[in-house]
Each structure stands twice: as structure tokens, then as C-alpha cells.
Design a protein around this ligand. Structure first.
Ligand code: HEC
Length: 132
């Protein structure tokens, strides 16, 4: 009986597909003007009430929150949750930040969230993008 062979093959395939599903981060789409434009539109609709149209977090609603909404105008490597890491900014938007008013936005499509990710990172001054 070649049963062991079957077990090994199946096990291997299972492991392989598992690492494929869990280990593969969603691949960022490229930063096109269209995607940035989409990000801006969605940001103005959904995020500006807290983070401000200029991304400085100075809004009436924001000043009532503890912690206050992130000021996106500081250098990327000082962003407390992501340190300017593209994927982590995306995650903050997709999953929210526990114990803050930052809720998850997974009702928006992945592409829409990438658009906002790129858009909020444009606010950072000076831009110190991390090489990854
Ligand atoms: C109800 C107010 C509110 C709204 C609306 C809101 N946020 Fe936030 N956001 C916060 C707060 C509060 C934090 C956490 C501040 C902190 O601890 O730095 C935060 C943090 C973040 C961070 C983490 C930055 C970092 O890396 O440190 C990102 C990115 C972000 N918000 C993006 C967005 C986007 C995009 C939207 C719109 C889809 C949005 N937020 C809508 C309140 C809000």
C-alpha cells in the first residue's frame, strides 16, 4: 500500500495552500492618479470629519476624541501605528485601531482602501518613504 505517499502528498499540498492563503499579503495596486483621485473622494466623504480635509486632525469632532485623530502631516516614520509602512497604513484603515475612534472600513473595497492609503500618506511632510 502506498498510503503513506498519499498522506504525505496531501499534507504537503494542504501546507502549501495554507501558506499561500495566509502568508501572501494583498499586493498593493500601483499608485496611479486615478487611484489617488478615488482615495481623495472617499477620504473627503468618510475621513475628513475626524482627520480634517488637510489631514491635520484639527476638526471639531476630532478635538472631542481621546486619543485625537492622527495628524497625517507629520513625517511618515513618526506615525504611531504604522511608522509609515504602506501595508500597516492599509491595515489600520482595513481593521481599525483598537481602543480608538478609528473603526475598520472593510465595507469599502480593497481597491478603495488602497486609494485612501496612498492619499493619506501624501499628507506626510516631509515625505520619508521607507524602502521595503
Ligand atoms: C471618528 C473619527 C475617525 C474617522 C471618521 C476616521 N478616523 Fe482614522 N483615526 C482616528 C483615530 C482616533 C486614530 C488613532 C489616533 C492615534 O492613536 O494615532 C486614527 C488613526 C488612523 C490611522 C493610523 C495612522 C498611523 O499609522 O498611526 C490611519 C491611517 C487612519 N486613521 C486613516 C483613516 C481613514 C483613511 C479614514 C476614512 C476611511 C479614517 N481614518 C476615518 C479617528 C478617525
Amino acid at each position: 500500500m502506498k498510503r503513506w505517499l498519499w498522506v504525505i502528498t496531501t499534507g504537503y499540498l494542504l501546507l502549501f495552500s495554507f501558506s499561500f492563503v495566509s502568508g501572501q499579503p494583498p499586493k498593493p495596486p500601483s499608485k496611479t492618479p486615478e487611484l489617488l483621485g478615488l482615495g481623495k473622494k472617499l477620504y473627503d466623504q468618510n475621513c475628513a470629519s475626524c482627520h480634517g480635509p488637510k489631514g491635520d486632525g484639527k476638526t471639531p469632532l476630532g478635538s472631542a476624541l481621546i486619543p485625537p485623530p492622527r495628524d497625517f502631516n507629520i513625517p511618515l516614520d513618526q506615525w504611531p501605528h504604522s511608522k509609515g509602512d504602506l501595508k500597516k497604513v492599509f491595515d489600520a484603515i482595513s481593521k481599525g485601531i483598537p481602543k480608538t475612534a478609528m473603526v475598520k472600513w472593510d465595507q469599502l473595497s480593497e481597491r478603495e482602501r488602497w486609494g485612501m492609503t496612498y492619499y493619506v500618506m501624501e499628507f506626510a511632510k516631509p515625505k520619508t518613504p521607507k524602502k521595503k
